[in-house]
Write a new protein. Structure first.
Ligand code: AMP
Ligand code: GLY
Length: 417
């Protein structure tokens, strides 16, 4: 088979790595890819949002299966376009992808179908939104409705901060049209769980859980990022909580799809906040998470191609997913300044890993001559698999310490329970 992966981060490097292990795969392409991916796949210079260009490439190259990494092309309708062109593609269609593409659509879906989530109100008018602040305690969460590259969620500690945020989003168009409509939401306290699931059109099949660390610095300080580290499984997810989530979220989600006539095939990634009142959904994403994929796929023993094809043809069962009992940890190494402004083109040294079961996935990297240079905010995802979380953590940090580039930074407290 010829497989095409769309994207250029560590999530896509992990997908390419896992797909390359499948006996069914002869050749892998990745658009646009990165330096690490180019060791396993042919990188093609097509941007992820150029869905027509990707479709032409898939037709011309005889691609048998396309796997989409980021949300942008899914929300733009890449799956509908490929299907119209008789191409096999893994991911939800445009209608289903609105569950990530519009926070208002997603929150309304949860409310309508009784899925526990934070109390919220939606607005398109600045004055109305500011008036509503009186009905919420502080801190408060303000979210741009549309896609904002992971930056559209702001936690405001007081009313003044909330007013500034509302004005920036609705009036000043800080996130363009994505922020013309906003959600104001109650702040939830607790611990987060990321649960990625395969949805095969009829059933929802959860993968092993993960814990993402969103804040830039140790002890959950600093601004939100795309994710600075991860581990799997997440110790917070007890069997009892899994049962509760199954009843109140997964079953209601599938019933909601049916009622609303949404055909869903692909990944559903659910972000939960677990607090005193159980698990509430923070968000739905319609794609693999990053860095969740780096830890979850390291523990998947089944053939990923088989799993993806069975999801597409509606036959995937829980027993098709075989998991390693080992624990996995991922630490993201980022450019100095990330998630704010950062420099690129720093030479990276000592990438090669000689430590057992440690893999270094590339996020923002490029090759120039024989050098590997930084090319993004999140640069590398160092991952390890071991019998215990502590061993996996020690191995990851041993490797992270060997890698060097100017001004790099990473959290030192990932998986430190
Ligand atoms: P979202 O994109 O909606 O998941 O938001 C990104 C991150 O913001 C989440 O992973 C949480 O860390 C945080 N967040 C979002 N909504 C809330 C909320 N209602 N209460 C507390 N934290 C939140
Ligand atoms: N790690 C969070 C995300 O992929 O959105």
């Amino acid at each position: 088979m010829k497989v095409l992966v769309i994207g250029s981060g560590a999530r896509e490097h992990t997908l390419v790595w896992k797909l390359s292990k499948s006996p069914n795969v002869d050749e892998i392409f990745c658009a646009p890819g990165n330096a690490g991916i180019s060791d396993l796949a042919k990188c093609v210079d097509i941007k992820v949002d150029d869905i027509n260009g990707l479709c032409d490439f898939a037709k011309k190259s005889g691609i048998d299966l396309t796997v989409v990494g980021p949300e942008g092309p899914l929300v733009a309708g890449i799956v509908d376009l490929f299907v119209e062109n008789n191409l096999c593609i893994f991911g939800p269609n445009k209608k289903a992808a609105r569950l990530e593409g519009s926070k208002i659509f997603s929150k309304d879906f949860m409310k309508k179908h009784g899925i526990p989530t934070a109390r919220y109100e939606a607005f398109s008018d600045e004055k109305e939104a500011i008036k509503e602040l009186d009905n919420f305690d502080m801190p408060i969460v303000i979210k741009a409705d549309g896609l904002a590259a992971g930056k559209g969620v702001v936690i405001c500690n007081n009313r003044d901060e909330a007013i500034v945020t509302i004005k920036e989003m609705v009036n000043d168009k800080k996130f363009g049209d994505a922020g013309s409509n906003i959600v104001i939401e109650e702040f939830l306290e607790g611990t987060e769980i990321s649960l990625l699931c395969f949805v095969n059109g009829k059933d929802i099949i959860p993968m092993e859980s993960a814990r993402d660390y969103k804040k830039a610095f140790d002890n959950d300080e600093g601004p939100n990022t795309g994710g600075m580290g991860c581990f799997s499984p997440n110790n917070i997810l007890t069997d009892a909580l899994h049962d509760e989530i199954n009843e109140k979220v997964l079953k209601r989600f599938m019933a909601g799809l049916k009622k609303d006539n949404i055909d869903y095939k692909g990944i559903l990634f659910i972000g939960f906040m677990v607090g005193e009142n159980g698990a509430k959904v923070l968000e739905f994403n319609v794609r693999f998470g990053d860095p969740e994929t780096e830890v979850v796929l390291r523990r998947l023993e089944s053939d990923l191609v088989d799993v993806l094809l069975k999801t597409i043809n509606g036959t995937l069962k829980q027993s098709d997913l075989i998991w390693s009992d080992k624990k996995s940890v991922c630490v993201i190494i980022a450019s100095g300044g990330y998630p704010k402004g950062y420099e690129k083109n720093k030479e990276i040294q000592n990438l090669q890993s000689n430590i057992d079961d440690v893999l270094v996935f590339h996020a923002g990297t490029k090759k120039e001559d024989d050098k590997i240079l930084t090319n993004g905010g999140r640069v590398l995802a160092v991952t390890a698999l071991a019998d215990t979380l502590k061993e996996a953590r020690d191995k990851v940090y041993k490797k992270a310490k060997e890698i060097t580039f100017e001004n790099m930074h990473y959290r030192k407290d990932i998986a430190k329970l």
